[in-house]
Design a protein around this ligand. Structure first.
Ligand SMILES: C[S@@+](CC[C@H](N)C(=O)[O-])C[C@H]1O[C@@H](n2cnc3c(N)ncnc32)[C@H](O)[C@@H]1O
Length: 170
């Protein structure tokens, strides 16, 4: 009986940890690595890019963008545990010069030096981000979204079978 109570508490804590950020924009669900590669390929990320991952989770997109594509990358994450984990991973990998991890709400952070923005959030959050993107991002900036689209925005390219969508800021 006691073990069941302990398991139920552990499960409840895990659920809260995974989903408390839904109120900010999305819960935690890491993008599968094969999709990360496809997102970066679709956006043609290179060493000349500054990539922002909004809601960077465990840091997999920013780390892959820096290591595979040579890009500079910035991750913004509101969950303290995920932020610390990714910050520490970047330190361990010796990529702190190329990758900056920022703690906090991406709606409140400036992203105007981005040339590529990646998001795996939630449909309503994508739509809420549209005005920030229009205000802060330079024309030509690529925005890649996994799973969710941006209502009324014209697609530049996509991989429909992988739910990966590319937009370019006009
Ligand atoms: C679905 S996960 C994606 C994680 C990572 N980008 C990936 O693709 O593997 C969404 C992440 O966004 C974070 N998040 C949600 N709303 C946020 C906000 N307003 N500011 C910063 N991070 C946020 C969550 O904590 C979560 O880690």
């Amino acid at each position: 009986m006691e073990i069941l109570v302990i398991l139920a508490i552990v499960f409840a804590v895990w659920l809260v940890w995974k989903y408390w950020t839904l109120s900010l924009g999305a819960g935690f669900d890491p993008t599968p690595m094969n999709k990360v590669y496809k997102m970066l390929n679709l956006a043609r990320v290179s060493k000349d890019d500054i990539l922002y991952d909004l809601g960077s989770g465990d840091g997999r997109i920013v780390i892959t963008a820096a290591k595979r594509c040579g890009a500079h990358a910035v991750g913004i994450e509101a969950d303290p545990f995920r932020f610390f984990f990714s910050w520490f991973l970047v330190l361990l990998l010796g990529e702190s010069k190329k990758i900056k991890m920022r703690f906090g709400n991406f709606f409140k952070k400036k992203i105007n030096d981005a040339t590529v923005v990646t998001v795996f959030l939630y449909g309503p959050t994508n739509n809420k981000l549209k005005s920030k993107f229009q205000k802060e991002l330079k024309p030509g900036t690529r925005v890649v979204s996994y799973i969710w689209t941006f209502d009324d925005w014209e697609l530049e390219d996509c991989i429909p079978e992988d739910n990966i969508y590319l937009y370019v800021i006009k």
